[in-house]
Design a binder for this molecule. Structure first.
Ligand SMILES: C[S@@+](CC[C@H](N)C(=O)[O-])C[C@H]1O[C@@H](n2cnc3c(N)ncnc32)[C@H](O)[C@@H]1O
Length: 315
């Protein structure tokens, strides 16, 4: 990790009070933070479970794990750090020889440090230090598939579809066309190259109506979701997580995108009211409607703005 990235390894945990109320960590319990990031929520969980409790802290980003290790060094004997993707939750539990836990937290999306680390290529900001970052956006830096591959190899129709579906980008068609045009001349290598293409493909009136640099954030988010297969991983994770909860234990999920929330809502509904009437419900809903951050939180932590929490309890 270089010095610039290290300085920015900070992340304010979203909806901390609601997470603790819903997860309800008990002293001496075993919990999993499946997206530990730099350990903001994990620290709060550790405070509740006390010295006899145990936490499994997972992330697919090894830089995040390093930061979490540093931030949680006060409890190093209680935390098992795992580099892995939560879509492989069942296998990860098997490898750790853990059958079930007393609660699982999932806080989706990117963390502030990933967004603000120039070398990771997540940021669509026009700040000088972010420009000319390689188009990367991998949360797992060992993955062979990056934003470069999406932008330079995907067919135009597929680019248009992900910009529209994941990014809700109003100029998806024009941006996809422009990408395909430019990459026949030379590969699109950096965030700066992509920003310049988006600028060419979008009307100035639209761009100037957005806060600085935000005109590109939909497209960047869409590419990030594709690179990391975020929706697919979530879909695979929820049923595995439910399987691995002890009776009375809870799964709490924080989402930041309407498509993520829809996946969680449907998976929870399926577990509370199975479509096959012969199957029994395995969980009860703790949140009929999602919880949102307070106005106070959204003004002090803008990243919380699109957050929603849903939770279930295993029967
Ligand atoms: C919003 S941050 C979590 C922040 C953390 N709750 C905190 O308070 O510091 C999301 C983290 O989840 C990780 N992540 C996202 N998708 C993942 C996946 N499929 N498997 C494992 N980790 C994932 C990201 O690398 C990132 O570090």
């Amino acid at each position: 990790m270089n010095q610039i990235d290290k300085v920015k390894f900070e992340h304010t945990p979203v909806m901390p009070k609601e997470v603790l109320e819903l997860l309800s960590p008990k002293p001496g319990g075993v919990y999993m933070d499946a997206t530990i990031g730099s350990g903001g929520h994990a620290k709060l969980i550790l405070e509740k479970i006390g010295e006899k409790g145990r936490l499994i802290g997972m992330d697919q980003d090894s830089q995040a794990l390093e930061a979490a290790k540093e931030n949680l060094s006060f409890a190093e004997n209680q935390v098992t750090f795992v580099k892995g993707n939560f879509r492989d939750l069942g296998k990860i539990f098997d490898n750790l020889k853990i059958e079930k836990v007393d609660g699982i937290l999932l806080d989706l999306g990117v963390s502030s440090y990933q967004l603000t680390s120039p070398s990771r290529g997540f940021s669509s900001s026009e700040k000088e230090e972010n420009l000319n970052a390689r188009l990367d956006m991998r949360m797992d830096q060992e993955s062979p598939f990056s934003a470069f591959d999406v932008v330079n190899n995907y067919p135009e129709a597929k680019l248009r579809e992900i910009f529209f579906r994941y990014g809700e980008e109003p100029f998806s068609t024009k941006i996809a066309q422009q990408i395909v045009k430019e990459r026949t001349i030379k590969p699109i290598e950096t965030t700066n190259d992509l920003l310049s293409i988006i600028r060419t493909a979008t009307p100035p009136k639209y761009r100037f109506s957005q806060p600085k640099g935000q005109y590109a954030s939909n497209v960047f988010r869409a590419i990030r979701m594709e690179v990391n297969q975020e929706l697919q991983a979530l879909e695979e994770m929820v049923p595995q997580a439910i399987n691995r909860l002890n009776s009375g234990s809870r799964l709490v999920v924080i989402t930041f995108h309407s498509l993520e929330d829809r996946i969680v809502k449907h998976a929870f509904r399926e577990a509370t009211q199975p479509a096959n009437f012969r199957e029994q419900p395995t969980v009860k809903l703790l949140t009929k409607k999602p919880l949102f951050p307070t106005n106070e939180e959204t003004s002090s932590n803008p990243r919380s703005q699109s957050a929603k929490i849903r939770a279930i309890e295993k029967l």
